[in-house]
Design a protein around this ligand. Structure first.
Ligand code: SAM
Length: 224
């Protein structure tokens, strides 16, 4: 499920309706807009907005979907309660986020474990929860939604192309990204260790048994 593709597909499911996509980061907004224009979808709008202060009137929407954003927020319940207010009675909400506590990886490697630990620590340091997936059913319930159901699925890297791509992703993440720089600035690691981690991903990807999987939890609920 791509970052901004889902609202586009969703719009196609309900052509007479209007779909609004938001993110606080303008670059996400630009990507989404480009895709929307490409598909010439006139009922689709994107905007820059803070999830804590969504600029919409109460009782406006029939459905809401959040993908991979609550795990980066300090107060996810507050955001869900705010969205509850924006929804009409009988509206549906879906939320889908990873839970990195369920990561499976083989062969094990202490440097890849260090990668996991550094990323986990950074998400927490920035106010998020890398293991939020399992809490989503409870969060929707606490926000006031009813008939809440949740399901976990694994996305798997278990074939040659995927393994190679995962190793490249490790290289990009720890190569020269803002994330890498933040970890260095915080004094948690240095360039040399990050280079070793990149190297460990490369070695891992050359193993015939390289395998990795992560859990994503999706929850759905309704406003009464
Ligand atoms: C891991 S990205 C996921 C992006 C996209 N939703 C996806 O599924 O691929 C997390 C996103 O949350 C956005 N975000 C973080 N805090 C936010 C806030 N307070 N309000 C709105 N978006 C926020 C970030 O800008 C970032 O684009």
């Amino acid at each position: 499920m791509g970052p901004v593709v889902l609202p586009l597909d969703w719009q196609q499911l309900s052509p007479p309706g209007q779909t609004v996509g938001v993110d606080i980061e303008p670059s996400q907004y630009r990507d989404a807009w480009a895709q929307a224009v490409e598909r010439s979808n006139i009922n689709l709008h994107f905007g820059v907005a803070d999830a804590y202060r969504l600029p919409f009137a109460a009782n406006t929407f029939d459905a809401a979907f959040l993908h991979n954003v609550l795990s980066h927020l300090r107060r996810p319940l507050e955001v869900l309660k705010g969205i509850y207010q924006l929804l009409r009675p009988s509206a549906v909400i879906g939320i889908s986020h990873p839970d990195f506590s369920g990561q499976l990886i083989s062969p094990a490697d202490s440097l890849l474990e260090r990668d996991h630990e550094l990323y986990w620590r950074l998400v927490e340091h920035n106010g998020g929860n890398p293991a939020i997936g399992k809490h989503q059913r409870g969060l929707l319930h606490d926000a006031g939604f009813v008939r809440v159901e949740a399901v976990a699925k694994y996305s798997t890297v278990g074939a040659q192309d995927g393994v190679r791509m995962r190793a490249m992703h490790g290289g990009r993440l720890f190569g020269g990204s803002a994330i890498a720089q933040q970890m260095i600035d915080l004094g948690w690691t240095d360039r040399s260790e990050l280079e070793q981690i990149i190297d460990a991903w490369r070695r891992w990807s050359e193993q015939p048994g390289a395998f990795m999987a992560n859990a994503t939890v999706t929850a759905v609920g309704w406003k009464e």
